[in-house]
Write a protein that binds this ligand. Structure first.
Ligand code: UGA
Length: 434
């Protein structure tokens, strides 16, 4: 089938590349010429494991194309996925101006039936606004449908998530739209498994909000438990293991640490609180999820202060700048909380990350970056672990001990075994392990 994807960010590019991988003919449109040029030269604008191969293979097979023209995109296919950004506005609500712009332009140029699919995370009832906009701006009396098809891709494993989904949720209100989306996903479900679920558009839109906020809530829950563990002399890793073996709870997203970051959870939790408020429900539970996440960072900062006494002139090695491993994304990463605060307190910072350094450098060009983790921790007074990159654990406690000026580690991701660290003479502070 022919498919147009508008927006070549994480969601649009991965979705488009994976649709072409299962045999569809895909045109990815973006108004950023530089990005389209890069993609045409098989250079990826983002770091996502496996993406480059999928793109190269399908461009070579003639199934994946790129364009800066939305008019071309509108002509190309009956089904148009909208995957443009929905950044947070000033009060936490999603800014939908990019979505509106795309819808308007498509409406002005479509001359036969089109199915517009919301792929970006948008507030519930956005489909209604899209419908109104199409009716207002379409020049001809052209039939159309709007559908919602939220994405559940995780950065770092997005290709696998797209090709082997747990579920594909589609919100539709016509049989025609349902059949088109079923045909698009049929090869993915056949190869990769997963359940294709049809529901109302509002329910599909809400499924996305409810899923992301639930996962954020799980993380804040275990982080709150981690604080109690510290006070009670228990170990949060053991508690999470004991909890997670109950299949109703599950082991995933019970990893205590320095809190969640990324382009999705912080923004989506805020948007859901805002949306609920707008609809007339005070979502106190989610407000607390947000507060617990913020408090977790303050708490780790407190551990650093307590351990160092005076931060001024101490050399601190920061291990991990990305918001999680296997991505170069630093949006809402813990590093963005700690770096300015430690600098302000007068620390000398040494920074290491295997892939996110370039993105971080754009924000803090004047800092010292290291490509070797060993060079980063050499002569440091304290090492602060913010991302659970495998290289950190692989370095091993003994090597840390040899390289550092003082054997002090604040581990925001509970990578090391506290007993082993103590046996190696470390002052070791982790999260939720008394
Ligand atoms: C998240 C969701 O997992 C995806 O399903 C969703 O499609 C995506 O947002 C989105 O809305 O686009 P992502 O932001 O890539 O995906 O990252 P996650 O793997 O969910 O991790 C988010 C944050 O939570 C990271 O900072 C991670 O370190 C933290 N986390 C995760 C924990 O602190 N503890 C855990 O147990 C799990």
């Amino acid at each position: 089938m022919k498919i147009t994807i508008v927006g070549t960010g994480y969601v649009g590019l991965v979705t488009g590349a994976c649709f072409s991988e299962v045999g569809h003919d895909v045109l990815c449109v973006d108004n950023n010429e530089q990005k389209i040029q890069m993609l045409r030269n098989n250079r990826m604008p983002i770091y996502e494991p496996g993406l480059e191969d999928v793109v190269a293979r399908n461009v070579a097979a003639g199934r994946l194309h790129f364009s800066t023209s939305l008019i071309e995109g509108t002509d190309f296919a009956e089904v148009i996925f909208i995957a443009v950004g929905t950044p947070p506005g000033t009060t936490g609500e999603a800014d939908l101006s990019y979505v509106e712009q795309v819808v308007r332009e498509v409406a002005e140029h479509m001359d036969s039936y089109r199915l517009l699919v919301e792929k970006s995370t948008v507030p519930v009832n956005t489909a209604e606004q899209i419908k109104r906009t199409v009716l207002r701006y379409s020049r001809k009396d052209v039939a159309f449908d709007v559908a919602s098809n939220p994405e559940f891709l995780r950065e770092g494993t997005a290709i696998e998530d797209a090709l082997k989904p747990d579920r594909v949720v589609v919100g539709v209100e016509s049989e025609r739209a349902a059949q088109l989306l079923k045909a698009i996903y049929e090869p993915i479900i056949t190869r990769g498994g997963g359940v294709f679920v049809e529901m109302s558009i509002a329910s599909a839109e809400l499924t996305k909000h409810a899923s992301n906020s639930f996962l954020a809530m799980k993380i804040s829950y275990i982080n709150a438990v981690s604080r109690i563990c510290e006070l009670a002399g228990a170990d949060v890793e053991q508690v999470a293991h004991g909890m997670g073996l109950d299949r109703r709870i599950g082991r995933q997203f019970l990893k205590a640490g320095v809190g969640y970051g990324g382009s999705c959870f912080p923004k989506d939790v805020d948007a859901f609180v805002h949306l609920a408020d707008h609809l007339g429900y005070d979502f106190d539970l989610l407000k607390d999820v947000r507060l617990i996440n913020e408090a977790q960072r303050d708490h780790v900062m407190q551990k650093i202060r307590q351990e160092l006494w005076v931060i001024q002139d101490k050399t601190i090695a920061i291990l991990g700048l990305a918001f999680k491993p296997c991505t170069d994304d630093v949006r809402e990463a813990a590093s963005l909380y700690f770096v300015p605060r430690l600098r302000e307190a007068g620390a000398r910072l040494k920074l290491w990350d295997p892939v996110a350094t370039d993105n971080f450098k754009k924000l803090f060009p004047e800092l010292s970056y290291f490509t070797s983790i060993e060079e980063c921790v050499r002569e440091a007074d304290l090492a602060l672990i913010l991302t659970e990159w495998s290289q950190v654990a692989e370095l091993g406690a003994g090597r840390f001990r040899e390289l550092m000026r003082c054997p002090v580690v604040v581990d925001g991701r509970n990578i090391f075994d506290p007993n082993e660290m103590r046996a190696n003479g470390f002052a070791y502070h982790s999260v939720g392990r008394a």
